[in-house]
Write a protein that binds this ligand. Structure first.
Ligand code: 5GP
Length: 210
């Protein structure tokens, strides 16, 4: 993928997917707090802003017309319809982070993950499962933001998202956020050490062995 080719260590595209309520955003936040080398890609979406969200931090909130213009202009690495709204990963977000020498954390759904895999086969895909559907529903209810109707639809959508778990490279069960964060961090650290991502070591090794 051309956005990463000019740099020494190929920056990673690190995908986290899960149904909503499985704790993915918490784990993403904890991961970034414990590792300076990775930053979140802020997606564009047509869904309305929720209380507590900030434009530019949580999402770039845009109108459907603007989103369509951006699609036509080729501004997205991938985009998909989720819950009746559009969501997309901006090429410029990914490029900026990689150029800054950091890995990119992408919180995207299975559709976006499939598209991204086509663009860059080297991505790392992690899926987070809830411990049970009962626990997932309890977490969705505890948010206190959604109506019964919305919760029922989110549960249906969760089952659909979960059915794609085997398309991922790694799968974890989120019984405990800190343990899950640690495991995700271990995956990230191991992936960074892969020989295929450390071709810049050729010069060093040449000196080492003469
Ligand atoms: P929410 O509206 O709750 O923030 O996100 C709903 C779903 O959209 C989540 O599963 C999230 O992973 C997914 N999503 C967020 N941004 C993107 C994106 O840029 N592309 C795709 N394909 N999915 C996204």
């Amino acid at each position: 993928m051309e956005v990463t080719s000019a740099f020494k260590r190929r920056g990673l595209l690190f995908v986290l997917s899960s149904p909503s309520g499985a704790g993915k955003s918490t784990i993403a936040r904890m991961l970034m707090a414990s590792d300076d080398g990775i930053a979140m890609s802020v997606s564009a979406t047509t869904r309305p802003m929720r209380p507590g969200e900030l434009a530019g931090r949580d999402y770039h909130f845009v109108s459907t017309e603007r989103f369509e213009e951006m699609v036509a202009a080729g501004e997205f690495l991938e985009w998909a319809h989720v819950f009746g709204h559009r969501y997309g990963t901006l090429k410029r977000e990914v490029r900026q982070t990689i150029e800054g020498g950091r890995d990119v954390l992408l919180d995207i759904d299975w559709q976006g993950t499939q598209q991204l895999k086509q663009v860059d086969p080297d991505i790392v895909r992690v899926f987070i499962l809830p411990p049970s559907m009962e626990e997932l529903e309890r977490r969705l209810r505890n948010r206190g933001t959604d109506s019964e109707d919305v919760i029922a639809r989110r549960m249906e959508r969760a089952a659909a998202e979960i059915s794609h778990w085997a398309e991922y490279d790694y799968v974890l069960i989120n019984n405990n956020a800190e343990k899950c964060r640690e495991l995700v961090h271990n995956i990230l650290k191991a992936e960074r050490l892969k020989a295929t991502r450390r071709v810049f070591l050729h010069d060093f090794v040449r000196e080492l062995i003469g």
